[in-house]
Design a protein around this ligand. Structure first.
Ligand code: SF4
Length: 458
């Protein structure tokens, strides 16, 4: 669907001088999860194949695209703030503004109507239409909207334009059928559909040839991957067998889809990292049921037990505090679950109601903000102590680290991650070391988030 500017609220736009397509420069900002980062790489590929160029500076661009997230309120607010930043450029020199991704899909016409400065609004299943809509917006000042969901779109043959480095993502499936009551993803990214494994393996081989060492398999519900007789465990093991790839990770899985074969793959294949992100969300059965998570506290803890029985596999999690009607006693169940499991790390958030979700329609968001914040604060503090303790317990041990690049704080230090996904920083001493190498580091100190050490002497 596209609309003429005359149908919409009046805005002042200077007439755009027509340039050759090659000279249209696009600046893309990405918000939210790794799937969105991957989608930005797909969008770059689609635009590049139609001759668009790119810039790293919004003020030099002809087109600014915001690839948005709808999971939390904070992400929405950041997008509105960025839109306001570009308002003057749009009226002064006809900058074209596009909003992509989950927020575009979830708020659709509301966003398009209320934010008259948005020229193009495109949801996650409609990126193939983006180049044409942008050209119409640049050359004919026509606003365009493409928010149809697809049961089939996996962007199968589109090779993402990646930024280089050691790590690459491959989306193996899109969408989600789980309908957790707090989550907007089933509405913004549609039904689950998995990619052909042959295409995924070819992409993994190409990445290895380009020098990438670590692949993270992505999906909203990655372990529900299924394509004919391929399940996720078979796919994971096949990617791990690609010559040149040293490590394989996956995110985000759902606790209900962990058959023994998948646990075996993580525990036994030397290139599948011994780390599982296992979103718990809550430790209380009534809240888990209200969230529509399809497992009880007991079932979750049994899965943790089954993982632990297979060996030294690090666990991380996601927790939501202050979900609709959560009492202090129910929150205490979450604390007790975290005490029982002792995760390596945890992402802990306040519940924020999302438009169009089941919880948004059926359950009042009735826990006061101050109580949500206080519950989040208590858990973060507790988790920080656990993470620090676990990291300090590694002092004196040697850990295998994939070298990724310079440390954030100093070019004189390297940064990489352990198999369990903990950041490691150490001084550059050996001139032969380079990004992509697997090195042994003896741990000398540890904070809640980082290990510090030096190369293990052989
Ligand atoms: S599994 Fe639940 S939380 Fe995860 S994307 Fe699907 S609906 Fe959202």
């Amino acid at each position: 669907m596209s609309q003429s500017l005359t149908d919409l609220p009046l805005v002042t736009v200077q007439k755009t001088e027509k340039k050759s397509q090659e000279s249209y420069r696009v600046y893309i900002e990405t918000f939210g999860c790794q799937m969105n980062e991957y989608d930005t790489e797909l969008v770059r590929s689609l635009l590049k194949s139609r001759g668009f160029g790119f810039t790293d500076h919004g003020e030099q661009a002809d087109v600014v695209l915001l690839n948005t997230c709808a999971i939390r309120e904070n992400a929405h607010n950041r997008v509105y703030a960025h839109l306001a930043d570009y308002k003057a450029l749009r009226s002064q020199r006809g900058l074209v503004i596009g909003v992509l991704g989950c927020m575009a899909q979830n708020l659709k016409k509301d966003l398009f109507d209320s934010q008259s400065m948005i020229d193009v609004l495109v949801g996650p299943d409609a990126y193939r239409r983006l180049p044409d809509l942008l050209l119409q917006a640049i050359e004919a000042r026509t606003r365009g909207l493409a928010v149809d969901l697809s049961e089939y779109e996996t962007y199968e043959e589109i090779l993402p334009v990646r930024g280089g480095g050691v790590n690459a993502w491959i989306a193996v499936m899109r969408g989600c059928d789980n309908f957790c009551t707090f989550c907007v993803v089933p509405y913004t990214r549609g039904r689950e559909r998995s990619r052909n494994p042959q295409g995924i393996l070819i992409e993994a081989q190409q990445l290895a040839e380009q020098g990438y060492k670590q692949i993270t398999l992505l999906g909203q519900n990655v372990n529900s991957y299924r394509y004919q007789d391929w399940d996720f465990a078979k796919l994971l093991l096949s990617v791990a067998e690609v010559p040149g790839i040293e490590r394989v990770r996956f995110t985000s899985p759902h606790p209900k889809d962990f058959p023994p074969a998948l646990l075996d793959a993580v525990a036994e294949h030397p290139k599948v990292c011994n780390h599982i992100h296992l979103p718990a969300q809550s430790g209380n059965d009534r809240i888990l049921q209200l969230m529509g998570r399809c497992y009880s506290r007991k079932e979750y803890l049994e899965l943790v037990e089954a993982i632990r029985r297979r060996g030294d596999i690090a666990l991380s999690t996601d927790i939501i505090c202050g979900f609709c009607s959560e009492t202090e006693e129910e929150y205490q169940d979450t604390i007790r679950l975290m005490q029982e499991v002792e995760f390596q790390s945890a992402f802990i958030f306040k519940y924020s109601e999302r438009k169009n979700t089941i919880a948004g329609r059926k359950h009042p968001d009735d826990v006061p903000e101050s109580i949500k914040s206080e519950r989040v604060g208590r858990l973060i503090e507790w988790q920080r102590d656990v993470s620090a303790r676990k990291n300090q317990a590694l002092i004196g041990q040697s850990v295998k680290v994939l070298v990724e690049g310079d440390a954030k704080k100093s070019k004189n230090q390297w940064m990489g991650h352990t198999e369990s996904n903990t950041t490691v920083v150490w001084n550059k001493a050996d001139r032969l070391v380079k990004p992509g190498d697997l090195v042994s580091i003896t741990v000398e100190d540890g904070s809640a988030s980082t290990l510090y050490g030096s190369p293990t002497s052989s």
